[in-house]
Design a protein. Structure first.
Length: 725
């Protein structure tokens, strides 16, 4: 369909989506988010992206298949359907597993444009997509998170010059055919509205010029509406400065004399810039630690929820600010005017909307820690001034007339949602900087509030976000063709037709390693649209999801992947977890679905996640599992040969064709584990068990038979035509 402009296109498809939302059956789709129709429509940009299950996915696949039929010059549409819409039939398509270790850093502007709990750099994903697919192929990621698979698939069509040159040289050196450059068509599915909103903003093009225009207007408006909140009088008593941040300290109660101890005043040494592990009570001089003290609580009436609330007491102790035209950063204690402003904002309700929903205390990670500190509702994460500012910023961003630019503005503001909370800790010394640092203030992966926090101003918070987004747009404009579809739904149920996907690249949840759903709740509250966490795939005892439940959910996910993938095609699974039980559950789920594992490698993400860096015994590298769906020829023959010795050797011959023949690493031939007899036996057994067929050979008979039928080199087995290589 063609339209005069984007707004007319949105109007047309929003109308279709609005009608679809009235259908009770549509809302029963697994993973349908919790929220009103208006909030879903406000966040959506159909047909490419919907904040609910995307009803246009089938249309995209049909359209792309038709285009590909025409582009590749197939004889008839019927022939194309018979080969699952590919120029290559299941029997003629052939790829060995992508056997090279794939590493890429996290410093690229697209990667650093936002933060998410766990994501794979697109430059690490692109080689896999290029290896397994042709231009125009459909790539699926059912646990797409922030959408980096979509970025990688699209940028195969316009790679950066340095990356293109380096990859081509590397593949030529390793004897691989030159990459076939051209955009692939990604389908991204995730349960979280927050994740998909990030994916939308990273994958659909936005004009850098229009964004700058909107951002300039946005900053002028917030300065006009919020500037007075962040003014402070310079120590000369004449000039006014602009606050960068205010340091707030927890007040403890001494267990010895019941007196107050302001942690910052007692534990901070300005000469070294460090907090002492032990500090002195100002009243009785007793030696104290944060563990030996008790929290001091203050009760107040929370107008937003109409209840009296008891919270841990924090007091403002210091301000950092700058003067107009002066880059020097000044610091001072708060004066009477500063304290009066804080009291005024505490007594006034913000004019604009803000989330007041209750946290799922008891079923949410870290919720007991939050409740202990008096945070039971989302708005209580914020000091009064921060709540005033963020609600105003949210409203102004939502007023921009152009839908696409409005989404990008909200994307920028959304990244302040966590940074303006009480979780934004103040580190007195960081990377050798004495006197306070704004680096590493926010502890990722947990809801944790430190004894000393930093209340950053709106402009201080936004400056870095804005610059990162500008760098992203300058570094790489995404294709204008918008060959992508994003759906907010469960990966365990999709409208994707059988055998319609060319390749799957997926990074599933790592057991109990990261509580994605919990960590997204705060930002979801601002969108007023929540994930349906009962459909989340994870191991979480608080939600009564045991390892067994997680295993069953992963089996369903891989069974769905198996259903939609074309025969003979590949799936790449990137997985990290240091627990053998979880790793075993993933392997079993892949095999039970019908896939055959052909290779396991490592993915070097270079910079580790919080858990990878800190957890004792944590695995430092992620595994890349290459698995394929057996093609129709093997499956058809196996129906006739099932339970016979010929069926066993037919599988082994077919499997050996799928494995890498020679892998060089650091100038040395590498042992290909999957070609060793015990792993070939394991794969054969799994293939039979998954199909409910009796295994006709014992391990000893299998080992004897494989030695008779196949060529052995260095403990690995090969087909006769593979031996020379």
């Amino acid at each position: 369909l063609t339209f005069p402009n984007d707004e007319e296109r949105r109007k047309h498809f929003l109308g279709i989506l609005r009608e679809k939302l009235k259908d009770p059956e549509f809302r029963k789709i697994e993973g349908f988010p919790i929220g009103s129709d208006e909030d879903i429509l406000a966040l959506s940009d159909p047909p490419y992206y919907t904040a609910c299950p995307n009803p246009f996915v089938r249309d995209f696949i049909a359209h792309w298949s038709k285009e590909r039929t025409e582009e590749r010059g197939l004889r008839t549409e019927q022939e194309d359907q018979n080969t699952q819409s590919s120029a290559l039939s299941p029997q003629s398509y052939h790829r060995e597993p992508f056997a090279s270790d794939t590493g890429a850093g996290k410093t690229h502007p697209i990667y650093t444009a936002h933060s998410y709990h766990s994501k794979i750099p697109h430059l690490a994903t692109m080689p896999c997509i290029l290896h397994y697919t042709e231009p125009g192929d459909i790539v699926l990621d059912g646990f797409s998170g922030s959408g980096m698979t979509g970025v990688a698939a699209q940028l195969c069509g316009q790679p950066e010059a340095e990356f293109k040159t380096t990859l081509e040289a590397e593949w030529e050196k390793n004897g691989l055919p030159s990459p076939r450059w051209g955009a692939r068509r990604p389908i991204l599915i995730d349960l979280s509205p927050v994740a998909n909103f990030i994916a939308y903003n990273l994958n659909l093009d936005v004009s850098a010029r229009e964004f700058k225009k909107a951002a300039d207007s946005f900053f002028k408006k917030i300065d006009a509406e919020l500037g007075w909140m962040y003014e402070t009088l310079h120590t000369d008593g004449r000039r006014k400065g602009r606050i960068n941040y205010v340091v707030w300290s927890e007040v403890f109660t001494c267990p010895n004399c019941a007196g107050d101890a302001v942690f910052m005043d007692q534990a901070y040494d300005p000469k070294t810039g460090k907090f002492a592990g032990e500090f002195e009570c100002p009243g009785c001089r007793a030696a104290l630690t944060t563990r030996s003290c008790e929290h001091k609580y203050t009760s107040y009436f929370d107008k937003a929820i109409g209840e009296t609330v008891r919270k841990v007491t924090y007091v403002p102790v210091e301000i950092e600010y700058t003067l107009p035209g002066d880059k020097t950063k000044y610091r001072k204690k708060l004066d009477a005017a500063d304290l009066a402003l804080i009291n005024r904002l505490a007594n006034d309700q913000p004019r604009d909307w803000f989330p007041t929903a209750k946290l799922p205390i008891g079923t949410m990670r870290d919720s007991n820690h939050l409740a202990e500190r008096g945070i039971t509702h989302y708005h209580q994460f914020y000091l009064p001034r921060a709540l005033h500012a963020l609600s105003t910023m949210w409203r102004i961003a939502g007023e921009w007339p152009d839908t696409r630019v409005r989404g990008f503005l909200k994307f920028m503001v959304e990244q302040c949602v966590a940074g303006m909370t009480l979780m934004n800790g103040y580190e007195a010394i960081q990377f050798g900087r004495i006197g306070g640092s704004q680096v590493g203030r926010f502890m990722k992966g947990v809801y944790y509030i430190r004894p000393v926090v930093s209340e950053t101003s709106s402009s201080y918070n936004l400056d870095g976000k804005y610059k990162r987004l500008q760098k992203m747009l300058a570094a790489q404009q995404l294709p204008q063709s918008r060959q992508i579809t994003i759906s907010t739904a469960s990966s365990l149920q999709s409208p994707i037709p059988d055998k319609s996907i060319d390749y799957i690249y997926t990074d599933p949840p790592f057991g109990d390693a990261i509580k994605y759903g919990d960590l997204n709740l705060l930002i979801e509250a601002w969108h007023n649209l929540f994930s349906r966490l009962e459909n989340e795939v994870l191991w979480d005892e608080l939600k009564k999801k045991t390892l067994s439940v997680y295993s069953d959910l992963m089996r369903r996910a891989f069974a769905e992947y198996y259903r939609v993938l074309k025969p003979g095609r590949w799936m790449t699974v990137v997985f990290h977890n240091s627990k053998n039980l979880v790793w075993t559950a993933i392997q079993e789920a892949i095999g039970d679905a019908g896939f055959v594992v052909a290779d396991v490698r490592t993915l070097d993400r270079e910079q580790g996640s919080f858990n990878q860096v800190t957890a004792a015994g944590a695995v430092k590298q992620d595994l890349v599992i290459s698995a394929y769906k057996p093609n129709g020829g093997l499956e058809d023959r196996f129906k006739l040969e099932a339970g016979t010795e010929e069926g066993v050797w037919d599988f082994v011959r077919t499997h050996l064709k799928q494995l890498p023949v020679f892998v060089s690493k650091d100038g040395q031939a590498e042992v290909i584990a999957e070609r060793q007899n015990y792993l070939l036996f394991d794969r054969m057994v799994a293939f039979h068990v998954q199909r409910g067929v009796t295994i006709p050979l014992s391990a000893a008979e299998f080992y004897a038979g494989i030695s008779q039928r196949f060529s052995e080199r260095d403990g690995m087995y090969f087909l006769p035509e593979q031996v020379t290589e």
